[in-house]
Design a protein around this ligand. Structure first.
Ligand code: ZN
Length: 473
C-alpha cells in the first residue's frame, strides 16, 4: 500500500521543511512539494511534525536478574516503545560463564523472534573472554552484529579485566566493530558493599552510596586510554556524571574516537529519590547522581559531548506480588520487593522505553535546551549511524524504511502508569505534564499506533542486519 503524507513539517537531523512525503510499500520513495500518487492513501499532516521513527540503542528485555526477569519482553517492550514513537530497539545478549557468543546469540534470538513488534537487533555482551571467544568475534559482522559490550563492574559475573578489554578493542577495530562500555569501578563497589552490609546498612540509598561517581569517572578514563592506545572506537553507555561527560569532551577534543550515551532518568532524578520510602523504584546501575550532574548532562547533549539518548529500559515491578492488568490479562512478576530488606537484592533497572522521545521533546525542545533537529539526531539518526543502521533507519530519505512518527507538537499529555504501556506497576514520571506527543507511528509503512489504538502484533518486527565500519560521530 502507498501512503502520501501531505503538508508535513518534516524534521530530520539536518533539516526542517514543509512538504510531502511518499511511501511506497515499506520504503520512503520521494520527498518534495506537490507530490502525487494514484491510489495512495492521503494523510493530511497540517499542523503535525513528521519525524523518523526513534532508535533506542539500549534496552534490556526479558533479562534474567536476581532470580526474576525484567518485566517487559520483546513484545510488550516493543509495543511500549512504539507508543512512544520508537520503531527500532536494540537490546543485549547474555553470555553464560564458559559459554560461547554463538550460544548467547541463539538464546537471545529465540526470545526475540516471533515476539518482536518493532525492528530489532542486539549488542553482543562479552562477559567471559578467552581465546575461543576472541576467535568467534570476527564471525559476527557477517551475521549483522557489529557491537560488543564490556563491563568494568559486576566482579565475578560480568566484568572482564582491562587487558581483556584491550584485546576486545583491538579485534573490534580490525573488524570495523564498536565496543560499548559499562563504566563503574567493580573493585571499589565490592569493597563498599561489603562494608555497608557489615555495618547493617540495608536501605536503597546505599545502592547509590556504594557506587560513587568517582568510580564511573575512573573506569571511563581507563577505557578511554585503552581506546586511544588501540585506536578503537568506544561508546560509553549510560553516562551519569559531569566528570565522565567532561572526560569524553576532552578525549574527543584530542581526537580519541570515543562517544557517549545518557538516559532520561539521569537527566531528571537524583540519589535523593532513593531516600524515599519507595526508593527501590529508583534503583538502577549506575545509580542516580546530583542536580549538578543532571544539568551537566543536558549541556553535554546540547554541546555534542554526548551523542545519543538511550533508555536502558530494564523494568521491574515495585511490588511483584500484586498483579496488574496488561492487555486484558492479570500479570505479576517478582520485582523490587525481593530487596525489601537488603538493597543488594533489589533488581537494578528502571522502566522508560516509552517516554524517551516525549521527555526529550518537552524538556529539551519545548524548554529551549535542544533544537528539534538535535532532538532527532539524539533519539534516531545518531543511534542509527553509530550502530550501523543508517540510512535504513533514523533517516527520511528515498530508500529508507518508512518508519514514521506523526507528532502533534501542541497536544498535551500527563504521564501515568495507568495509561502507559510498559508492563510494570509504577512510572517514575507519574504526573509529569508533556506538550507534544506522537499521534501515529508507522513501521515500514505499516500503521502500528493510531492515537490510543494498537494495531501491531507479536512477530511483525524484523531482525536488522547491521553494517560494520559505522562512523565515529
Ligand atoms: Zn543497560
Amino acid at each position: 500500500m502507498n501512503i502520501l503524507f501531505r503538508n508535513a513539517n518534516i524534521i530530520t537531523h539536518c533539516e526542517r521543511r514543509l512538504c510531502d512525503l511518499l511511501v511506497q510499500g515499506e520504503k520512503i520513495s520521494a520527498i518534495g512539494n506537490d507530490l502525487s500518487a494514484d491510489g495512495a492513501d492521503v494523510v493530511d499532516c497540517r499542523g503535525l511534525n513528521l519525524l523518523p521513527g526513534g532508535v533506542d540503542p539500549h534496552a534490556h528485555l526479558d533479562l534474567a536478574m536476581y532470580g526474576t526477569v525484567s518485566s517487559d519482553d520483546h513484545y510488550t517492550g516493543h509495543r511500549a516503545a512504539a507508543f512512544g514513537g520508537t520503531t527500532t530497539v536494540l537490546d543485549f545478549t547474555s553470555q553464560s560463564r564458559g559459554g560461547s557468543l554463538r550460544g548467547s546469540i541463539d538464546d537471545w534470538y529465540s526470545k526475540a523472534e516471533g515476539n518482536a513488534a518493532v525492528d530489532y537487533s542486539c549488542h553482543v555482551n562479552v562477559t567471559d573472554f578467552n581465546s575461543s571467544v576472541a576467535a568467534e568475534i570476527p564471525s559476527l559482522p557477517a551475521q549483522g552484529l557489529t557491537t560488543l559490550k564490556v563491563f568494568t563492574a559486576y566482579n565475578g559475573r560480568l566484568r572482564i579485566g582491562d587487558d581483556d578489554i584491550a584485546s576486545v578493542m583491538r579485534i573490534a577495530r580490525e573488524q570495523g566493530m564498536l565496543v560499548m562500555l559499562h563504566a563503574e569501578d567493580g573493585d571499589e563497589i565490592e569493597a563498599l558493599v561489603g562494608a555497608a552490609l557489615a555495618a547493617g546498612k540495608r536501605k536503597p540509598i546505599w545502592h547509590a552510596r556504594t557506587r560513587p561517581p568517582r568510580g564511573e569517572v575512573l573506569a571511563g578514563r581507563r577505557a578511554i586510554d585503552l581506546a586511544s592506545d588501540a585506536l578503537a572506537p568506544l561508546y560509553v553507555v549510560h553516562v551519569t556524571t559531569a566528570g565522565l561527560a567532561d572526560n569524553l569532551y576532552r578525549a574527543r577534543t584530542r581526537g580519541v574516537p570515543v562517544m557517549g550515551e545518557t538516559c532520561p532518568h539521569y537527566l531528571f532524578f537524583t540519589e535523593e529519590h532513593l531516600k524515599r520510602p519507595d526508593g527501590a523504584k529508583w534503583v538502577c546501575s549506575p545509580p542516580l547522581r546530583t542536580v549538578k550532574d543532571n544539568m551537566a548532562l543536558w549541556n553535554a547533549l546540547a554541546d555534542g559531548s554526548i551523542q545519543t539518548v538511550g533508555t536502558d529500559h530494564c523494568p521491574f515491578f515495585f511490588d511483584g506480588t500484586k498483579p496488574i492488568v496488561y492487555e486484558d490479562s492479570p500479570i505479576a512478576i517478582a520485582g523490587k520487593e525481593l530487596g525489601r530488606k537488603d538493597f543488594t537484592l533489589i533488581p537494578n533497572g528502571i522502566p522508560g522505553i516509552e517516554h524517551r522521545l516525549l521527555l526529550l521533546w518537552t524538556f529539551g525542545v519545548v524548554s529551549g535546551r535542544l533544537s528539534a533537529m538535535r532532538f532527532v539526531e539524539l533519539t534516531a539518526s545518531n543511534p542509527a549511524r553509530i550502530m550501523g543502521l543508517y540510512p535504513r533507519k533514523g533517516a527520511l530519505l528515498p530508500g529508507s524504511d518508512a518508519d514514521i512518527v506523526l507528532w502533534d507538537p501542541a497536544k498535551q499529555h500527563t504521564i501515568s502508569a495507568s495509561t502507559a504501556h510498559m508492563r510494570t506497576d509504577y512510572d517514575l514520571w507519574e504526573g509529569v505534564k508533556l506538550t507534544g506527543v506522537p499521534v501515529r507511528v508507522y513501521l515500514r509503512g505499516r500503521l502500528l499506533v493510531d492515537g490510543e489504538r494498537w494495531l501491531g502484533r507479536p512477530g511483525v518486527g524484523r531482525f536488522l542486519h547491521r553494517q560494520a565500519g559505522a562512523p565515529v560521530l
